[in-house]
Structures are given as C-alpha cells and as structure tokens.
Design a protein around this ligand. Sequence first.
Ligand code: MG
Length: 258
Amino acid sequence: MKLCRFSFEGRTSYGIVEGETVFEADGDPFKDGVAGLKKTGRKAAVSGVKLLAPCEPTKIAAIGLNYKAHAAEFNKALPEEPMLFLKPSTAVIGPDEGIVYPSHMSHRVDYEGELAVVIGKRAKDVAPEKAREHILGYTCFNDVTARDLQGKDIQYSRAKGFDTFACVGPWIETDLDPAKVRITSFLNGEKRQDTSTEDMIFDCFHLLSFVSFVMTLLPGDIIATGTPSGVGKMKPGNTVEISIEGIGVLRNIVVARQ
Ligand code: MG
C-alpha cells in the first residue's frame, strides 16, 4: 500500500494512492497500523492535491557512510558500527516544497538520496530479527547537507539541521522488501546517483536494531539509511529528484533564502 498525507479543499488527511488517484482514509496508521485504515469514499487525482511529508517524526536518526562506494568516494575506511547522527524534526519538508539555501552560512549544499525507514511501532532494544515488526514502511529521503560546514564543524548538527534539509515523501510504501532496490538521484533531470541497496554496509533491520539500543524510536520517526556514491552540490533554481524502485519519486526545488 502507498500511504500518503495530503491536503485537499482545506482538509488534511491520510490517503491511499492507487495509480493516479488518492483515496482519503480514516484512522491513524501510526496507532492502529494500516489494517485500521478505511477509505471514506472521498477521492481526488494525485496531481490535484497537495502531498505532505507522509509522517511527522519526533526525530530523524540518520546514518553516515553506509554504502561501500560512498565511503570510498570520501576516502574513509568502512565503519565497524553504524555512524549515527540526528536531524531535527523542524527540518522536514514534503514533496515539491522548497529547500532553502542557507547562503548566510554555507556556500556548498549537497543532495544525498536515501532510503528512509518509517517506524510504525515504538522500538526499544529490538533484535534485528524482530525489527520488521516495528516498521510501517519505506519512503524516499533527501539528507540535504551543507558540506562546507560538515567539514568545518566537529558536530553535524548545523550542516545537517537547517530548516528544509530533510525532504520526505512522496508516500510510504508498506509492502517493500528493502534488501535490493535501486536508488537513483537526478539533478535537473540528469542522473547523479544510481545504486542498489545491496551495496549497504548495514541493512535496514540491523540499523533499526542498533538505533533502538541507543534511543527509543517512536511511531512516525525516520531512520535515514545513508547515501550511496555520487553526492554533489545544488544551487537555487535546481530541481532534485530522489527515485526509489517500488516507492516513487520525491521532487524538491532549491530556493534562495529571503
Ligand atoms: Mg546522509
């Protein structure tokens, strides 16, 4: 199931996307799972509604250096355990929203296309074999990064934490097998990243388990599972698309800070 949040005619709802149509759904998938969702009978064309970020995380647990080729690209040794950092909930934007270029502090802002795990059920001290039970589904994520500040600061908080630096969507696919899907990123329509999740160092279930032994993951929280090789810079006016096989395409534009 493709589960979205959308606003249409002044109302914000969960929706189920089937082809080009979104069906409004009653119920809360983060409380009752997808089984508790019921179509209300109201529907609209996907192109005619405003899609929102499909979840409202309390935090984004993000993983650095989780693809072998990306580690090589930055000349880093493969990590022995996942490299965990946080992005704030206030950085979240949905499909087609603007990534605001923080030109008052940074002059190098990169896209990072990533597969995002969306938590469905509270997770604390979860074994990898049980991780699946805590996942509602998967979506596309752009871990926007001020690369110059990442190099300058010891902590990642500023480089990764600006408002609009966590693009999420277009919806949550609840039936995906994340072991072997293709992630592709496009800048102004030109392909820049193209890798299978098979190249991950730590898979989604191990990441969820690892994070859950550090901090409790709550329904709606996101684990951003790291970016493959091919990251690069963006400028105001650019369009960036993160496409994941079996999910869909997350599109955002970069806009100048007012
Ligand atoms: Mg990243």
